[in-house]
Design a protein around this ligand. Structure first.
Ligand code: SAJ
Length: 418
């Protein structure tokens, strides 16, 4: 089998490499020449545990190569970004998916399977992608097979989840679903569930929406508890002792290219009905302002305070800063008069943001503000670090540091003003 993947980002690359590892001849296509050069030289442009080893393994076996242009294959996978449009409800921008799909059309032949893995708004397959493919003159379900198989892997655990997660294969026809499922049987050990395209689209969106709404509930609870002088983290751990309750963790907000983006695709399609989903988004978007307010209160009375921000990535142990709430917090802090801000993130390369070493970041700082739960931050000796600070204050917005291990107070969202 030969596979041609369009898009070599956080999803397209690991997926391509996994197919190659399991004997498929893979050509990966990306529009960025520097990405192509790096990958063909065995170097990654993204951070993901274990991935570079697999890249080198499949390069050595000559099962994978990266290139700028698509070519004929048995199976095509489209894994390009679907950002939000800048319209009222932030609907799904299908531009990249349509462009990538158009680019493979000259190479599509009878018998091919075309798979859309990008997350897309409900009905995108039926209303937009199907008509585009039909321009080839080939009959879907007979000559070629079109499916939506949404990716569901968790950054940081992609290699494991690619193999073990269940997969939803939503075909335009039943024959499409069947052909699509055969492709994933190459390496997927989880259940491969066949359905239609629109059910697959909506299921994927609701998975991320479910999580976003639950995090919003935790964030709302944090605000309510703050008003009432109750420790939100204690409340969550008590309530979660109930066998059917699982309140999520409050924090500086929700980031990444999934949870902070996908729920809007549903809202945009049914704004009158999708009210809880929209409110949850608004709550999560408000969290950076809430955090800055906490910071402002902690720094009250200090004439020209310095805040050392620990963590820019949207979550722990990844280098991805897309939609990161930490970036929003930093931007608000930087817009404030008289506040100096230093940035430290061991996973984010300088260039994307002006990050500095831990020592430079904390020197003369009044507050360490932990915004990302990287392992490095959990293991630091804050007593030692605080000796370099003007004031010994730490606010751990992710509740990731063991406060009992330190003499200085490590505040979190539950006890920030105790
Ligand atoms: N977060 C909280 N509180 C929590 C849990 C998470 O504030 O209790 C924050 C994180 O810090 C982060 C954001 O939410 O900023 C999202 O992180 P995440 O780990 O929940 O999810 P992602 O965006 O890395 O990956 C999600 C996953 N979806 C679900 O778990 C339902 C993954 O399986 C999907 O494949 C991925 O989206 C995707 O690509 O759609």
């Amino acid at each position: 089998m030969k596979l041609c993947t369009m898009g070599l980002g956080y999803i397209g690359l690991p997926t391509s490499l996994m197919f190659a590892k399991h004997g498929v001849d893979v050509v990966g296509v990306d529009i960025h020449p520097d990405v192509i050069t790096k990958l063909n030289n065995g170097k990654l442009h993204i951070e993901e545990p274990g991935l570079e080893e697999v890249l080198n393994e499949v390069l050595d076996a000559k099962r994978f190569r990266a290139t700028l242009d698509p070519e004929s294959a048995d199976v095509f996978i489209i894994a390009v970004p679907t950002p939000n449009n800048e319209d009222q409800h932030q609907s799904c921008d299908l531009t990249y998916v349509m462009q990538a799909t158009s680019r493979i059309l000259p190479f599509v032949q009878k018998g091919n399977v075309i798979i859309i893995e990008s997350t897309i708004a409900p009905r995108s397959m039926d209303d937009h992608i199907k008509p585009l493919i039909e321009m080839t003159g080939l009959t879907i379900g007979q000559d070629i097979f079109l499916v939506h198989c949404p990716e569901r892997v968790l950054p940081g655990r992609i290699l494991e989840e690619l193999v073990h997660n269940n997969r939803i294969v939503g075909g335009i026809t039943e024959a499409c679903s069947y052909k699509g499922s055969l492709v994933y049987e190459t390496f997927v050990k989880g259940e491969i569930i066949r359905t239609d395209a629109k059910t697959a689209e909506m299921s994927k969106l609701m998975e991320n929406t479910f999580r976003d709404v639950n995090i919003a509930l935790a964030n709302e609870l944090a605000k309510v508890c703050f008003q009432l002088d109750i420790n939100v983290l204690d409340v969550i751990s008590m309530a979660n002792k109930h066998p059917r309750v699982n309140i999520h963790q409050p924090g500086p907000g929700v980031g990444g290219h999934c949870l902070a983006v996908d729920p809007y695709f549903i809202v945009a399609k049914a704004p009158e009905e999708a009210r809880i989903i929209k409110l949850a988004r608004d709550t999560n978007v408000s969290m950076p302002y809430y955090i800055v307010n906490c910071v402002r209160m902690l720094l009250e009375g200090i004439r020209k305070p310095k805040v050392a921000v620990f963590g820019l990535a949207y979550k722990g142990n990844v280098d991805d800063i897309r939609e990161s709430p930490a970036i929003d917090v930093v931007n608000i802090l930087m817009s404030m008069d008289n506040v100096e801000v230093s940035l430290h993130d061991p996973h984010v390369q300088s260039g994307k943001m002006p990050v500095v070493s831990v020592d430079d970041a904390v020197k003369d700082a009044d507050l360490i503000l932990v915004l990302t739960d990287h392992n490095e931050f959990k293991e630091m000796d804050y007593d030692k670090l605080s000796n370099k600070m003007a004031h010994k204050m730490v606010l751990d917005t992710r509740n990731c540091i063991d406060a009992n291990k330190h003499n200085i107070k490590i505040a979190n969202l539950g006890n920030v003003f105790e």
